[in-house]
Design a protein around this ligand. Structure first.
Ligand code: F0G
Length: 475
C-alpha cells in the first residue's frame, strides 16, 4: 500500500498550518502552488507545481466589489436572455475572472439547480429540517457541468484541439457534451467494469472517443496524466484547477438561494475530492469579501469501502493519505487515491468541518428515502443522507444537532444509475456480484428496507383489481 505524505508545512500535530487560514488572493492572476506558493502564468499548461509537484489553485488579485451592488447584479442576470448571464456559473463571473473577453466563455447554460425541502429525509435522519441542493438538474445530469464549463473555456482559450479525462462516468458524460458544444475532440477513459450504462451511453452519444480501460479509475487517471503531455491533450479531470473555479459557483448560488444566510453545515460526497475542494475555496473567498454570514462546516462523506480521506482523519494522520483498493456500489465515488485530497483537507480544516463514511446498506436505504421524498438521486449522492442520519443519531465521531441548519449536496440525477435503483426495489442488490446477462454470482445481499417492488399483472380487470386491493389495502 502506498502512502502519500504532505511534507509542505507540517506542524507538530501533523496538520498543515496554512490549511486553517490561507490567503486566497495574489498580486496578479496565475496558477499558485498550494504548498510552496510559487505563482505560474495563467496560460501555462500545467496541472501540478513544476517546482514541488503539489496541486495548483487559480488565483486573482482581491476584487474590489461593492457587495450590495454585485449581489443585485447577480440576481438581475438570472432573468437575462443572454446565455452567459442565465448561466448559473458565469452569472458570478466577477469571482472567476480567468478569461479576457466574454466571447471566450462556453455555456450550455448550466447551474440554476434547485434547493429542495426534504421532510421525509429529515425525519429519517432525525433532524428538524434538511434541504438538498440538487446538482443533478444540470444539462448532463450531474454537478460536473458547473466545472466542465470553466475547464472547456480554458481549453478553448489555450487553443487546445483535444480534451481528455479519466472518469467513473459523470465527468466523462459532462466533458463529452461540453467538448462537442465547443468543437473540441474528446477522449474518455473509463474503467471497463462498474460504470453505469446510463453514463457510458452519454459519452458515446455525445461523440467522445470512449476507451474502456481494463483497470480501475485510479489506474486510468494515472495513465492519462502520463500520456497527456506527449499527445498534446488537455486533461479535464479535477486536478485541473479551472474545473474547480467553475464548481465554486455551487456555493455562491447556494448562498444566494439562502438569502446570504449561510447554513451551519454543508454535507457533500467525496470521491476524487474536487467538489469539496472547490467549496472550500469558494467559501474562503466569499468570507474574505464579506459575503458569508458564518463559516458552514464542510462535511465530506465517503463510502466505507472507498474512504481514504476518512481513514486519514480518523486514523489521526491527516498529513498522509494511504491509498485503498476502492470497493463500493456507489461507483461514482469508487476511488482509492483521490487527487485533490490536500485541498479537501484544507476545506475541512478551514471550515471546522469533518470527514465521515457510510456503509453500503445505509447508502442504499438513504437513496430510497430521498426517492420517497419525490427527489431521487444516484447512489453516491445518497451518502449525504446516510451520513446526516448517522451523525445525528449516533454522533460517535462528530455530532449533528437536530436543530442544525443542514444543506446536503446531491451530485447526480436519479436516472444516472437505474440498474442500482431497480435492484434495490426488487430486493436484488448485492455488495458483490457478477453479471453476464443475469446475475451469475451473488454475495453479501443488502436488505431493501424501503423497497417498492414492481408487480406484474395479467391484462384483465379482476387481476388489476386484486393487485390494487393488495397494494393500496382497498376493500
Ligand atoms: N457524486 C457523483 C455523482 C460523482 O460522479 C462524483 C465523482 C462524486 C460525487 C465525487 O466528487 O470526485 O469531486 O469528490 N465523479 C467523478 C467522475 C470521479 O469521474 O465522474 P469528487
Amino acid at each position: 500500500m502506498a502512502t502519500i505524505t504532505d511534507t509542505s508545512t507540517q506542524t507538530v500535530a501533523g496538520e498543515t498550518a496554512s490549511d486553517y487560514d490561507w490567503n486566497p488572493w495574489a498580486p496578479r492572476r496565475g496558477l499558485r502552488c498550494i504548498a510552496c506558493k510559487t505563482l505560474f502564468p495563467l496560460r501555462e499548461v500545467i496541472y501540478r507545481c513544476p517546482k514541488c509537484g503539489d496541486l495548483l489553485d487559480v488565483v486573482y488579485p482581491r476584487p474590489t466589489l461593492d457587495i450590495e451592488r454585485v449581489k443585485a447584479r447577480w440576481w438581475r442576470r438570472r432573468a437575462s436572455r443572454r446565455p452567459i448571464d442565465a448561466s448559473g456559473v458565469w452569472r458570478y463571473r466577477e469571482l472567476m475572472p480567468f478569461y479576457e473577453r466574454l466571447d471566450q466563455l462556453v455555456t450550455y447554460p448550466e447551474g440554476n439547480t434547485p434547493l429542495l425541502e426534504a421532510p421525509r429525509s429529515a425525519e429519517y435522519a432525525n433532524v428538524k429540517r434538511l434541504r438538498f441542493k440538487h446538482l443533478g438538474f444540470n444539462p448532463t445530469g450531474s454537478f460536473k457541468d458547473y466545472g466542465m464549463v470553466a475547464g472547456v473555456t480554458q481549453a478553448r482559450i489555450l487553443k487546445m484541439r483535444a480534451v481528455a479525462c479519466a472518469s467513473t462516468g459523470n465527468t466523462s458524460a459532462s466533458m463529452a457534451a461540453y467538448a462537442a458544444r465547443a468543437g473540441l475532440a474528446a477522449i474518455v477513459l473509463v474503467p471497463e467494469a462498474g460504470v453505469s450504462f446510463a453514463k457510458l451511453s452519454q459519452s458515446l452519444d455525445y461523440g467522445a472517443l470512449t476507451l474502456q480501460v481494463r483497470g480501475d479509475f485510479d489506474e486510468a487517471q494515472a495513465l492519462l496524466q502520463q500520456i497527456a503531455p506527449e499527445m498534446g491533450i488537455y486533461v479535464l479531470n479535477s486536478i485541473n484547477p479551472f474545473r474547480l473555479e467553475g464548481q465554486k459557483s455551487v456555493m455562491i448560488e447556494l448562498m444566494e438561494q439562502l438569502g446570504w444566510r449561510a447554513p451551519d453545515r454543508i454535507v457533500v460526497p467525496g470521491g476524487n475530492l474536487g467538489n469539496s475542494s472547490s467549496y472550500g475555496k469558494a467559501l474562503r473567498e466569499l468570507d474574505d469579501l464579506g459575503l458569508l454570514s458564518k463559516r458552514p462546516r464542510i462535511t465530506i462523506v465517503q463510502a466505507t469501502g472507498a474512504a481514504p480521506l476518512y481513514e486519514a482523519f480518523t486514523g489521526g494522520h491527516p498529513e498522509s493519505l494511504v491509498r485503498v483498493h476502492a470497493r463500493t456500489l456507489a461507483t461514482a465515488i469508487k476511488i482509492g487515491s483521490p487527487v485533490s485530497w490536500k485541498k479537501a483537507r484544507r476545506a475541512v480544516h478551514w471550515s471546522d468541518g469533518w470527514v465521515t463514511s457510510v456503509e453500503e446498506q445505509d447508502i442504499a436505504d438513504a437513496k430510497a428515502i430521498i426517492g420517497a421524498d419525490g427527489i431521487g438521486c444516484e447512489p453516491a449522492s445518497a451518502t449525504t443522507l446516510g451520513a446526516v442520519r448517522r451523525l445525528a443519531r449516533e454522533g460517535t465521531d462528530e455530532r449533528i444537532d437536530p436543530d442544525e441548519d443542514v444543506v446536503a449536496i446531491l451530485t447526480g440525477n436519479v436516472l444516472k444509475d437505474p440498474d442500482y435503483t431497480l435492484r434495490y426495489h426488487s430486493g436484488e442488490l448485492y455488495e458483490e456480484f457478477t453479471t453476464e446477462t443475469t446475475i451469475t454470482n451473488k454475495g453479501n445481499p443488502l436488505v431493501s428496507h424501503y423497497a417498492n417492488p414492481p408487480m406484474v399483472v395479467d391484462a384483465t380487470l379482476p387481476a388489476l383489481r386484486t393487485a390494487l386491493e393488495s397494494r393500496l389495502r382497498l376493500s
